[in-house]
Design a protein around this ligand. Structure first.
Ligand code: NAD
Length: 497
């Protein structure tokens, strides 16, 4: 850890950290008056006390969202909504350094990532969807001269948004962009570990002139805030990003309440397949390292399974181990740091438990494998690589959500694809080959919502992101396809006879 104060650390010491829920455009304490501690995962120290809300607060927030939907926001033209969203994006931009610092403090993410990736992409996403708000037309159908038949899209209403901790700002932006652009209002429930960024975002929305009640934030825990939101009779849709286990619950909540629409973006155990003919192993090693070490592997699309042809395995592995040196673990506020802290003590314990299981199952640890920087009080783990991993091992099956790569080798090209598909998840995949035919066939054969060829990539704001199988349900984030889940189709049939 560095001891001198970086500019980000100086800013961190002087920041305004909002801690109350945001309901109807105003910061409010939890109705119960309770609070909970939010921890800086890089130090283990308390950052702030956050409003510990429950179903009473959820009711208040849903009522505020309903009033805004039936009032100013629902009655506003698409062009005016677009202008307000653009003003919101400009304000986020103006506060980008502050927001990046908050996200680093509460999420343990390197400041270089929050400032140069999360914030930049979040602003871009909100602008992109804002621009789309007044450019999507409804349809007339060819139903004969005596009829005017229209298919129109209407906003769905009040959307509950339940967020994870690994990309607090970006996941909020992925949801807010299409939700607002299509005329809905929302109640956001940030992950309990990362409430502050979302609260600050909501303050900026109010400052931008987005009407009170359009964006509400109810802070607290899954069972006390997430569940009441999922079961609420006046919430029309829930957009969730998080683990598959919690995602499933929202389907139950919906079935047992008002059949609200449910969109789930869940976990992954993503394959990175390298064929024998893959070109430029050095470049591939860069992609492999980025894929598993970026955000400390706490990334739903991280390629945690390197499935590599035996012909290139040793050389590639050596290169990846070398590249790992470019991924220093350290103080997230230091701009040189590339791997920050795991989000919390329990999560660190889960990652270390997965490492123990890999050792016990007979995989060979060729890099890392230990907790590090313990003196900081934070939850750091070394970049870790296991080789000789069998697809049946726990380390090859479960989402570790840490900087832990499993290397599995194969000898027949079809085995590479078969092993890639040997998972219940299907979020993202990468395949590396220099043969065009192999690339196309593999891209078609791999079961995943995104397949990137000769890169580790999630696409961009114009491409949909979401998963097959246990990785997702009911819709997509990003792109115009994300507008579908927040609108409902209405047929208007006018008989002219
Ligand atoms: P999580 O499922 O533990 O929590 C997600 C949210 O659900 C949190 O806000 C939490 O408070 C809430 N929640 C927890 N229990 C609940 C309950 N019983 N009822 C209602 N709400 C409840 O997930 P996490 O640990 O915060 O996030 C990590 C997971 O998110 C990983 O599995 C990762 O792959 C996934 N993820 C997916 C994507 C994607 O786009 N597919 C993106 C980012 C993260």
């Amino acid at each position: 850890m560095t001891t001198s104060m970086t500019p980000a650390a100086q800013l961190a010491a002087s920041l305004h950290l909002p801690t109350q829920a945001m309901i109807g455009g105003r910061p409010v304490a939890a109705a119960s008056g309770k609070t909970f501690a939010t921890i800086n995962p890089a130090t283990g120290e308390e950052l702030a006390q956050i409003a510990d809300c429950d179903s009473v607060d959820v009711d208040r927030a849903v009522a505020a969202a309903r009033a805004a939907f039936e009032g100013p926001w629902g009655n506003m033209s698409q062009g005016d909504r677009k202008r307000l969203m653009l003003r919101f994006a400009t304000l986020i931009d103006a506060h980008a350094t502050e927001l990046a610092t908050i996200e680093t403090l509460e999420g343990g993410k390197p400041i270089d990532d929050t400032a140069n990736i999360d914030l930049v992409e979040s602003i871009d996403v909100i602008r992109w969807h804002a621009e789309a708000a007044d450019k999507v037309n409804d349809l007339l159908t060819p139903s004969g001269p005596g009829v005017v038949s229209m298919i129109v899209r209407e906003p769905i209403g009040v959307v509950g948004v339940v967020l994870p901790w690994n990309f607090p700002m970006l996941m909020a932006a992925w949801k807010l962009g299409p939700i607002l652009a299509t005329g809905n209002t929302c109640v956001l429930k940030p992950a309990e570990q990362t409430s502050i960024t979302t609260l600050r975002l909501a303050e900026l929305a109010v400052e931008a002139g987005i009407p009170d009640g359009v964006i509400n934030v109810v802070t607290g825990f899954g069972p006390t805030v997430g569940e009441p939101l999922g079961r609420h009779m006046d919430v029309d849709a829930v957009a969730f990003t998080g683990s598959t286990e919690t995602g499933r619950r929202f389907l139950h909540y919906s079935a047992e309440s008002n059949l609200k629409e449910v969109v789930l973006e869940c976990g992954g155990k993503n394959p990175f397949v390298v064929m024998a003919d893959a070109d430029n192993l050095d470049r591939i090693a860069d992609h492999a390292a980025t894929s598993i070490f970026w955000n400390g592997g706490q990334n739903c699309s991280s390629n945690s399974r390197l499935i590599v042809h035996q012909a290139v395995k040793d050389e590639l592995l050596e290169l990846i181990v070398e590249k790992a040196r470019d991924w220093p673990v350290g103080d997230p506020l230091d701009p040189e740091t590339r791997i920050g802290a795991m989000i919390e003590a329990d999560h660190l314990a889960k990652v270390l438990d997965n490492i123990t299981s890999a050792n016990d199952d007979g995989a060979e640890c060729v890099l890392g494998g230990q907790r590090t920087l313990e003196d900081s009080g934070g939850y750091f783990v070394e970049p870790t690589i296991f080789t000789n991993v069998d697809p049946s091992m726990r380390i090859a099956k479960e989402e570790v959500f840490g900087p832990v790569l499993s290397v599995i080798d194969f000898s027949q090209p079809e085995d590479g694809i078969r092993i890639a598909n040997d998972t219940s998840y299907g979020l993202a995949a990468s395949v590396f080959t220099s043969d065009l035919r192999t690339a196309h066939l593999a891209a078609r054969a791999i079961k995943a919502g995104t397949v990137s060829v000769n890169s580790y990539a999630e696409g961009d704001v114009a491409t949909p992101f979401g998963g097959f199988g246990l990785s997702g349900f009911g819709g997509r984030d990003k792109s115009l396809h994300a507008h579908d889940q927040y609108t409902q189709l209405k047929t208007i049939w006018i008989d002219l006879g």
